[in-house]
Design a protein around this ligand. Structure first.
Ligand code: ADP
Ligand code: MG
Ligand code: ZN
Length: 462
């Protein structure tokens, strides 16, 4: 056993399905979720000979938009390529993707990494290598056991069905540089990325529906003086569909690889899958190289050309992004980091808050107060209008002030009527005070803050 220390090196490939109306290269509806299998299909997305793909403009613009939101450069020319491989979910025998001229490249995403020990946030920038556009594959449905196939009433031990509704749905792939050093950083990045595509309104990025799929590449580097040491392997864990699983898969891999390295073995360069039942990664196949895919330019689609004007138009469509909104909320409304983070987590909540702040200004209700209610009371913003929320806050403020005369009278009355309780309290029975407070609350017609009332009566009786 050697005692070398190792540093995790992790890079991410993330697939995000765009929510365009139609598919990437044909007019079929891209809204396939929960639909009868093989009802959203045509010769193009079934890969029938002679069918010609026509790129979806909206999908290309949205891919540019994602690239811009991730601080990428958008080359004025890019192109589609064929990535060849043989699998039943790919009817043409190739996937139309982008190889050496992606839509966007060289971007970055800033993360705030929570540091438990230092109790503050560290900033870290993850470099983004590229953002490109491709088409999704069909969906395979594997059936096991002695089930009856729907086909000709035959019986099979095992069989697979193919649903082509997903075939050709626009898919954006976002590839990072291997800049992550822990599963925690990866999850922060993924949350950010999901938030950004939702803010841009180009994808729902719902993991459970497979609209966002994750592939971490994991290796370990020796911590040594050699700064640019070459790592001669990496392990890719394919197609993970939850943040929790990605975290577990990474932690599992780091441990597994460290054990191998400590025995002076090099982990095999391969593709693995996360097995949630067994709580481990499982080898699937040895890693393929780019040349295995025999990439070549897609001959049926001319290269993509943008003008500078088109790119600035797309840029102008991008509304305020989460990190900008968060900073503005802090400045404009005097919120702390924590509040601003929660309120900007999704755009609906952020918009709701701002609407309430506008209305609240007329009622002397401070943004911080509204923030507290929205965050702590877990207001159901889908059923309470901002104006209603303000009315609620305003009236609870009224009842909470203990200054009105009616209340004064009731307190005096209760004290007069209960000399025994007053005496008990003076002898040190704190229960007696609570009894008196309770009597006042029962008599007073409006809602009242019990804590404030107790303090007030305590002072009065001393
Ligand atoms: P491939 O051609 O095998 O897909 P790439 O070099 O294109 O490999 O990288 C794919 C992903 O793997 C990227 O997200 C990249 O950051 C990541 N990656 C590259 N080298 C390493 C490494 N040594 N360890 C972990 N991840 C890596
Ligand atoms: Mg890969
Ligand atoms: Zn189609």
């Amino acid at each position: 056993m050697n005692k070398t220390k190792y540093q995790p090196v992790i890079g991410l490939e993330v697939h995000v399905e765009l929510k365009t109306k139609s598919k990437m290269f044909c007019g079929c509806s891209a809204q396939y979720f929960g639909k009868e299998p093989n009802t959203h299909v045509c010769p193009v997305c079934l890969g029938l000979p002679g069918a010609l793909p026509v790129p979806n403009n909206k999908a290309m613009e949205w891919c540019v938009m994602i690239g811009l939101a991730l601080n990428c450069k958008i080359p004025l020319v890019s192109k589609f390529d064929r990535k060849n491989y043989f699998y039943p979910d790919l009817p043409k025998g190739y996937q139309i993707s982008q190889y050496d001229e992606p839509i966007a490249r060289n971007g970055s995403l800033k993360l705030k990494i929570k540091n438990e020990k230092l109790k503050n946030n560290l900033e870290k920038t993850i470099r983004i290598r590229r953002v490109h556009l491709e088409e999704d594959t069909a969906k395979l449905i594997h059936q096991f056991g002695n089930q009856k196939s729907k086909i000709k009433n035959q019986k099979y031990e095992e069989f697979s069905l193919i649903d082509f509704n997903r075939s050709g749905v626009p898919l954006v792939e976002i590839v990072s540089e291997p800049d992550f050093e822990s599963a925690l950083e990866v999850v922060e990045y993924l949350k950010k990325l999901q938030q950004i595509v939702r803010y841009l309104d180009v994808s729902n990025a719902d993991m459970e529906k497979g609209e966002m799929r994750l592939e971490p590449n994991i290796s370990l580097r020796e911590i040594s003086n050699v700064k640019f040491q070459i790592i001669n392997y990496k392990v890719e864990v394919k197609n993970i569909n939850s943040f929790r699983f990605v975290e577990k898969a990474i932690d599992y891999e780091l441990k597994r690889q460290e054990e191998l390295l400590k025995r002076e073995e090099t982990p095999v360069q391969e593709t693995r899958g996360w097995d949630e039942n067994k709580q481990k990664t499982i080898s699937q196949r040895s890693k393929e190289e780019a040349h295995d895919y025999r990439y070549f330019p897609e001959p049926d689609i001319p290269p993509v050309h943008w003008t500078g004007n088109q790119i600035s138009n797309i840029k102008n469509q991008i509304e305020e992004l989460p990190s900008e909104k968060l900073e503005r909320f802090k400045k404009e409304y005097g919120l702390n980091d924590y509040d601003a983070e929660i309120l900007t987590r999704d755009k609906t909540t952020a918009d709701y808050f701002e609407e309430a702040v506008k209305i609240g200004a007329g009622h002397m209700i401070a943004p911080k107060q509204i923030a507290n209610v929205v965050i702590n009371k877990k207001i159901d913003i889908s059923s309470t209008l901002p104006a209603h929320l303000i009315t609620q806050i305003a009236s609870s403020k009224q009842t909470a002030t203990l200054s009105d005369e009616a209340l004064e009278k009731i307190i005096t009355q209760i004290v007069d009527e209960n000399p025994k309780a007053v005496e008990d309290y003076k002898k040190g029975k704190s229960n007696a005070l609570m009894f008196l407070v309770g009597q006042v609350i029962r008599k007073y017609p409006k809602k009242i803050d019990a804590g404030g009332l107790r303090e007030r009566m305590e002072k009065m009786l001393q």
